[in-house]
Design a protein around this ligand. Structure first.
Ligand code: LIP
Length: 270
């Protein structure tokens, strides 16, 4: 993308304001949301809670006031597939299974994209209150502190985040890659919230991360936060060698080695 003709930082302020409100709702609603009927999506294990829907509605309502007329794509209600112009991309709870269990790695993720490219984003964790942000060309931050990726230089000493799709047949293939990769790195983490896994790369809590089949809402804010912290990031559809729908982020010094290892471990074929 060419240089932006506007300052994207005010969009970050909007994303933070709305994501904090949604995160507060998500946390208040947790007991009722997980004891009430939980619906399922692609499989019986792919859940959506009342709080996912309430959080997305809150975000849509608030954006309609703060940024009237701008389209919103959200995980639960969908939205225009067109991504031209300025569009808000919302995951009302990323890590819904973690939320269901009270495992604290979940977040509200809101990004602004221009013509499909993330220009501003916020990821807010309801449990810890951590606020991760980035604006294109202006760096990324955790609670206002500038982020920078890890200094890892060796893949065999790197900690790599990974993820699984919900469908068992695809998960089986992903597990094969996981097993092969596990012998070539320090260790692998599957923490269950893609937006936060990407933030973890930004903070140097992970040296790299790879997953297939994310929705746009899963990566829109986190991938910007990772790349603004210095990560090498491949978004779905940008590297055919990874297959059609892979998201990969890594600290630059291990990015080539991770790419090679993923390909050799069959990542492209999952
Ligand atoms: C989830 C991700 C998770 C990934 C799942 C799913 P949800 O998002 O963040 O890490 O592995 O496939 O997409 O459904 O909790 O918003």
């Amino acid at each position: 993308m060419e240089q932006l003709s506007f300052d994207p930082r005010p969009l970050v302020d909007v994303a933070v304001t709305v994501a904090k409100e949604a995160a507060a709702l998500v946390q208040r609603a947790r007991h009722d949301a997980v004891t009430a009927q939980v619906d399922t999506k692609s499989t019986e294990t792919d859940v959506v809670t009342l709080a996912d829907r309430a959080s997305e509605q809150l975000v849509r309502d608030r954006l309609a006031v703060l940024r009237p007329g701008e389209p919103v794509i959200g995980e639960e209600e969908g939205g225009s597939a067109a991504v031209e112009g300025l569009t808000w991309v919302v995951d009302p709870i990323d890590g819904t299974v973690n939320y269901l269990y009270g495992y604290p790695w979940y977040a509200v993720s809101i990004a602004a994209q221009l013509d499909g490219v993330s220009v501003a984003g916020a990821v807010v964790e309801p449990v810890s209150g951590r606020v991760w942000t980035a604006a294109l060309g202006h760096g990324s931050f955790l609670d206002g502190n500038r982020l920078s990726v890890s200094k890892a230089t060796r893949l065999d000493l790197s900690l790599i985040g990974y993820g699984f799709a919900y469908r068992p047949e695809r998960r089986q293939r992903q597990a094969t890659t996981w097993a092969a990769l596990s012998t070539r790195v320090r260790d692998i983490r599957r923490a269950g919230a893609a937006s936060l896994d990407l933030c973890a790369v930004a903070a140097g809590w992970l040296d790299g991360y790879a997953e297939h089949a994310l929705g746009r809402w899963d990566w829109a804010a986190g991938a910007l936060i990772a790349s603004e912290a210095g990560a090498t990031v491949h978004l779905p559809g940008t590297d055919p060698a990874f297959g059609a729908d892979a998201t990969v982020a890594a600290t630059p010094a291990i990015a080539t080695a991770l790419r090679t290892a993923l390909i050799e471990c069959g990542f492209a074929n999952v």
